[in-house]
Design a protein around this ligand. Structure first.
Ligand code: PGA
Length: 257
């Protein structure tokens, strides 16, 4: 059974760092956290081009490796794509799927997200499924509908085996990179919407505690971390901008004992 009772901190470095910068930042963070004894899971998701090098550095640490995307086929003529088996081979444990930036710029659909989740689980990797409403959807009163649709689209028909794990990241699109996280009460409310959707999809309540973590992402930094993870409002955070700053990311993790 996976141990999902620990909070998780996931750094999403997006397309921000070259190989050299990625190696430098990874070394700094692993160095700072060398003697850290907190009961937390930590993952770093660099660009594809840096996965192999980061994997080597992380081997000596408690930090895990994650990828920012995956393709749903096992192998074949799919120029430019990368399979779940390739990510596993290189040392990944986590894979971000359906990030709003992929949905927006690459027109990733719920169906694609579903296919990716399936192949990631088959390789025994952990999908980090991103869901969240745009500002327009929110203005039109369709926030819950969007969340329910994205969670159902990703997971309908999927059965979780005992040792498999899933992370769902609620990331309101309009908050990402804005410098202002949502009110923690809103993250908590959305967490309930996601939980109810999962129960409707036949994920039993006990599984929600053991195999599924619901986390929050969107302008999280060390100033607000205690309101989210410290208060157990969510099971962890997906961090973009603040994870690119060594001290900021480390401070955030150290604040949660
Ligand atoms: P942010 O990004 O922390 O910079 O808002 C979060 C994300 O997009 O995962």
């Amino acid at each position: 059974m996976p141990n999902t009772s620990k909070p998780i901190f996931i750094a999403n470095w997006k397309m921000n760092l070259g190989l050299k910068e990625t190696i430098e930042l990874t070394k700094k963070i692993t160095g700072d956290l060398k003697s850290f004894k907190g009961n937390t899971d930590i993952a770093i998701c660099p660009s594809f081009t840096a996965l192999a090098e980061v994997s080597k550095i992380l081997k000596k640490s408690k930090i895990q490796l994650g990828a920012q995307d995956v393709f749903w086929e096992e192998k074949g003529a799919y120029t430019s794509n990368i399979s779940a088996a390739m990510l596993k081979e290189i040392g990944c444990k986590y894979v971000i799927i359906g990030h709003s930036e992929r949905r927006q710029y690459l027109h990733e659909t719920d169906r694609m997200v579903h296919q990716k989740v399936k192949c990631v689980l088959e390789e025994n990797l952990i999908p980090i499924i991103c869901v969240g409403e745009t500002f327009e959807e929110r203005q039109q009163g369709n926030k819950d509908y969007t969340i329910i649709k994205q969670v159902s689209g990703a997971l309908k028909g999927i059965t979780l085996l005992k040792d498999q794990e899933i992370i769902i990241a609620y990331e309101p699109v309009w908050v990402i990179g804005s410098g202002q996280a949502v009110d923690p009460k809103e993250a908590e409310y959305t967490n309930q919407v996601i939980r109810r959707t999962l129960i409707d999809l036949f994920f039993p309540v006990e599984m929600l505690g053991k195999s599924i973590r619901i986390i929050y992402g969107g302008s999280v930094d060390s100033k607000v971390i205690n309101e989210f993870v410290g208060e157990h409002t969510v099971d962890g955070v997906l961090v973009g901008g603040a994870s690119l700053k060594e001290k900021e990311f480390v401070e955030m993790i150290k604040k949660i004992k």
